[in-house]
Design a protein. Structure first.
Length: 452
């Protein structure tokens, strides 16, 4: 299969980066790729779905990963995985001999090992230029679930219709479930049993880079986790910040200790993001060095500065994100700069995952969340037409149409875009410019019977 054919299959199958970014994966296929990396770093605390999926489908995922590498002509293929994922490593070692050129890139249990810029350096020692793309240094990175979706699309002609989601936190039975895309967050959480705290919120995504969501919003192709957390949890309170108050607190409390910069993963790789200088300039509206603000575009928003490094409890990440959004809204792009040399001190400024979870008061939620691979039965799904970076898909069904699972219901738009497919059998009950709703009364009855 050549690049053009594989690209077509991936686009029509609706495959996007399942790790959270949602970049259409077909656009990463490039003959300039010298090194292909499979990301199984499981970047965020508490998430377990990627290592679980790779352990169960090691042969299938490795085969698909190898096929992608052969298609683009990669010279080496590396599976980036943490040393602590022993069962998954054993499953991989059992099949790797069949795939010449594929090797393991073992990672420490640190955060954010799954950030692709950090991952690339860890397994290749290549530094992605500030504001650049991995392909600029001959590298392409794919998430584990993304490659599993490639396997299903190529070998079984199954498009992306379901998603693995870890449900953890204040729930009776923490679990990783497979649900049809478009399933409500509330219904997904119910699959983990009863909520064990009287006053909780749904935190969508990982604790470092996630956000507060609602029970009615749907699971998308990039939904990796739902953390059920108490209203007064540190992470929840951090997300309910106000920029005006953050700036006042920074002016009153930031002592320029440089801890946010010293532990910044991108700064340690030579990128010109200097959080402590930004905090001083932002707090006092000091515009003498505008480059300090422009360099906010190089922030990866990993959250270490805000959630771990700052001893004053300030919010560098959030303020950087505000400025970065403002710059982008006004059409500014990151300037072209060369990275500084990576210093030896980087090795001693990595943040252990165990210490991070302790700092965030998450240790009590770090429980087994076994994989339930059978697709849950749901009676209604709400499929967003924009679940990916790029142009939203274009709806191709109408209210009253009967659809089957896997049927394309929204075609890729012009430009960067992918298709959207029915995730359950049923009848289309709503079509708007933003979403399509499908309902199936039979699944409702089936779900009720299972609950009984």
């Amino acid at each position: 299969m050549d690049i053009r054919e594989l690209s077509r299959v991936m686009q029509e199958s609706g495959i996007v980066g399942a790790g959270g970014a949602g970049f259409p994966s077909y656009a990463k296929l490039n003959e300039k790729t010298e090194t292909l990396i499979l990301n199984c770093a499981e970047c965020e605390p508490l998430l377990k779905l990627h290592r679980q999926l790779l352990e169960k489908y090691a042969a299938e995922i490795t085969a698909a990963f190898y096929q992608i590498g052969q298609t683009v002509g990669a010279k080496e293929m590396i599976i980036g995985i943490k040393k602590s994922y022993i069962k998954t490593i054993d499953a991989l070692n059992a099949v790797l001999d069949e795939y010449p050129g594929v090797r393991l890139g073992l990672l420490d249990e640190v955060y954010p090992a799954g950030d692709e810029v950090v991952l690339i350096y860890e397994v290749t020692k290549k530094v992605v230029k500030p504001g650049g793309l991995p392909i600029d240094c001959g590298v392409a990175v794919f998430n584990v679930e993304t490659v599993y979706n490639v396997y299903r699309a190529v070998e079984k002609n199954i498009p992306v219709v379901d998603k693995l989601v870890s449900v953890v936190g204040e729930v009776e039975h923490p679990v990783t479930v497979r649900v049809p895309i478009g399933t409500s967050i509330e219904e997904t959480v119910r699959l983990a049993g009863a909520v064990t705290h009287p006053d909780t919120v749904y935190f969508i995504g990982g604790p470092m880079m996630g956000w507060i969501g609602s029970g009615s919003q749907p699971v998308t192709k990039t939904t990796n986790a739902v953390l059920v957390l108490p209203q007064d949890h540190l992470i929840v309170q951090k997300k309910r910040r106000k920029a005006s108050i953050d700036l006042k607190r920074a002016a009153a409390s930031c002592c320029q200790c440089t801890m946010c910069t010293d532990l910044c993963p991108r700064n340690r790789l030579g990128h010109p993001i200097v959080p402590h200088l930004f905090m001083r300039a932002a707090a006092f509206q000091d515009m003498q060095e505008p480059g300090i603000f422009v360099n906010s575009l190089f922030c990866s928003s990993c959250g270490l500065c805000e959630m771990y490094s700052c001893m004053q409890g300030l919010s560098p990440r959030s303020l950087l994100a505000d400025y970065k959004a403002g710059l982008r809204a006004n059409g500014l792009k990151p300037p072209k700069v060369e990275p500084a040399m990576v210093g030896e001190e980087r090795e001693y400024r990595k943040v252990p995952m165990a210490r991070l979870m302790a700092r965030l008061n998450l240790v009590q939620y770090n429980k087994k969340a076994p994989l339930q691979d059978e697709v849950a039965a749901v009676s209604k799904v709400k499929l967003l037409l924009s679940q990916h970076i790029g142009a939203p898909a274009s709806a191709s069904v109408h209210v009253g149409d009967t659809v089957q699972t896997g049927q394309m219901i929204a075609h890729p738009a012009q430009g960067l875009s992918v298709g959207i497919h029915a995730s359950i059998d049923g009848v289309v009950s709503a079509v708007t410019q933003k979403y399509i709703i499908i309902e199936n009364g039979d699944n409702k009855q089936k779900g009720s019977a299972q609950n009984e």
